[in-house]
Design a protein around this ligand. Structure first.
Ligand SMILES: [Zn+2]
Length: 195
């Protein structure tokens, strides 16, 4: 078994994940979100799509057995294992503007969006192409009648993991989320490995 790679708190990374490889994401300390985006390795106009995924999976709460689709309706990732069972695919990556608008920060952090943009720049993917992320371990319950939602502490405990299998060659962008509310006030690292 290969060792885990650490994404330090409030940072991000990008890497290639080939078809058939598995990506194991671990929350080492608990209650920490990781935003994940995926692009086609060979054609970066193909990108992960929450809308397509909701359409084909008939739920907004995705877990073991569900597939994450691209804008071209190809399966990008298959969730093979999930200790937590609650993730968010509705909300965009936190950004400088998130911290300015929701937190009134004078000198806002660049957030997951800025961290993803910096990491994906190595693959010639510009910031405007970053889609709604699959927010691993993010807990956003939605009221079935009113449609109102709230960001609640993640249900992940220290050491919990989720495993994705790549169904095509991908570029993955991933973060250790920077937003206090999403992470119950403490921003901690995220670990991952590719098998
Ligand atoms: Zn974030």
């Amino acid at each position: 078994m290969t060792q885990m790679t650490r994404i330090e708190r409030r940072t991000g990374t990008a890497f290639e994940l080939k078809r058939g490889q598995r990506l194991i994401v671990c929350d080492p300390m608990g209650e920490q979100v990781s935003d994940l985006v995926a692009f086609g390795l060979h054609d970066r106009d193909e990108v992960i799509s929450n809308g397509r995924t909701f359409d084909y999976q008939d739920t907004i709460y995705l877990t073991t057995g569900h597939r994450l689709y691209s804008n071209r309706s190809n399966i990008m990732l298959h969730i093979e294992q999930d200790d937590v069972g609650r993730h968010d695919f509705l909300l965009t990556p936190c950004s400088k503007d998130t911290f300015r608008i929701l937190y009134n920060d004078d000198d806002p952090h660049r957030g997951c969006f800025g961290n993803l943009a910096a990491a994906l720049d190595d693959y010639d993917i510009g910031a405007d192409r970053i889609p709604c992320a699959f927010n691993i371990f993010m807990n956003v319950p939605v009221d079935g009648d009113t449609g109102r939602f709230s960001v609640q502490p993640p249900l992940s405990k220290a050491g919990d993991t989720i495993t994705f299998r790549a169904e095509m060659d991908l570029i993955i962008g991933m973060t250790a989320c920077s937003a206090p509310t999403s992470n119950n006030g403490t921003m901690t690292p995220i670990d991952y490995r590719i098998d």
